[in-house]
Design a protein around this ligand. Structure first.
Ligand SMILES: Cc1cc2nc3c(=O)[nH]c(=O)nc-3n(C[C@H](O)[C@H](O)[C@H](O)COP(=O)(O)OP(=O)(O)OC[C@H]3O[C@@H](n4cnc5c(N)ncnc54)[C@H](O)[C@@H]3O)c2cc1C
Length: 290
């Protein structure tokens, strides 16, 4: 059995149930059996697309066109270790002809195939996007900055920290296109009601057309430097966990080839704001979904 910090191992798990979170996102609850291995909130597992017979031809086509093997995809854990199942939450990646170069391989399958009750092979557990053991000595304020499915590991981190009664308070800023796209909204609101002194949640929405949605805790637009300045007054002592889309490896390659800088995504933009506001890089943990 792997330890939380040991070498990742392959497990064959059962999809205990599937829960639809939003129009394009589901959570798969994975049953590891009676000997569930330990993991840390915020870690991820890998799922190799080659295990699914239905994806065989598409994977072969993509491999031929990309000139390299399709690799396993990583999925952060939405669950915390005290919860009964290990959960991953997967967003059905968009395909926009003319804009995206290839159709996405694995996420459409994980989101749309009838997987409840089936067996999956996963590799776990990996990643350092976790709370440090001495988090209570290091800070009294953890700031979570997430966009879209970037909410997944931070949801696990917050549930774990509140369950363990860790002393730091949490501020969670969720950036989404619309209110309906916001993952784990109701569970997070319930946690905020249960721990009003320890969890504060704010949203920023970029494409919400219902004006009634906006208010003091639901702002319009992207995560801005001004909003971060307002939310993070203790910039020398807080710890920041940032998760969301980042410039992908192929975007960087294309940028080098065309000598045109890659367009910054959520990660690059937010890190830029944090650095401008004087948050030391050592106080920032990041998980890039690029
Ligand atoms: C640590 C980590 C944790 C993650 N956690 C989550 C999570 O909790 N939930 C979640 O939904 N996702 C998560 N992801 C993202 C996830 O791993 C997948 O990247 C995502 O599901 C898309 O996979 P796919 O097979 O559907 O799409 P892919 O086949 O990977 O394609 C995605 C996009 O990339 C483009 N692309 C792919 N290859 C190339 C290429 N060679 N050149 C140009 N463009 C290319 C495609 O055109 C498409 O637009 C995480 C990623 C990491 C690294």
């Amino acid at each position: 059995m792997s330890t939380p910090r040991g070498r990742p191992l392959e497990y064959e798990v059962t999809v205990a149930h599937v829960r639809r979170e939003t129009a394009d996102t589901v959570t798969l609850a994975l049953d590891f059996g009676p000997e569930r291995p330990p993991y840390r909130a915020g870690q991820f597992i890998n799922v190799d697309p080659h295990q699914f017979r239905a994806l065989g031809r598409t994977a072969a086509w993509l491999q031929e066109h990309k000139g390299r093997k399709e690799l396993a995809r990583s999925y952060s854990l939405a669950s915390a270790p005290h919860e009964p199942h290990v959960c991953i939450t997967v967003k059905d990646e968009e395909y926009l002809p003319g804009l995206t170069q290839y159709p996405p391989l694995l996420s459409p399958y994980l989101v749309n195939a009838p997987l409840a009750g089936t067996r999956l092979k996963v590799l776990g557990f990996m990643g350092h996007y976790v709370l440090p053991d001495d988090v209570q000595e290091r800070t009294d304020h953890i700031v979570h900055l997430i966009a879209g499915s970037g909410a997944v590991p931070n949801f696990g981190l917050i549930k774990d920290a509140l369950h363990r009664g860790l002393t730091p308070r949490h501020t969670l800023l969720c950036s989404n296109k619309t209110w309906e796209d916001t993952l784990f909204r109701e569970e997070l609101e319930a946690l905020e009601r249960a721990h009003p002194e320890r969890l504060r949640i704010l949203h920023t929405l970029t494409r919400e057309t219902d004006e009634a949605r906006y208010g003091p805790t639901v702002r319009k637009g992207r995560v801005s430097e001004a909003l971060l300045e307002e939310l993070v007054p203790d910039r020398a002592t807080c710890l920041v966990y940032v998760c969301g889309p980042a410039i992908a490896a192929w975007d960087r390659k294309k940028a080098l080839e065309t000598r045109t800088p890659a367009t910054p995504r959520f990660m690059e933009t937010v890190l830029g704001h944090l650095h401008t506001l004087g948050v030391d890089d050592k106080r920032i943990k990041r998980e890039a979904f690029g």
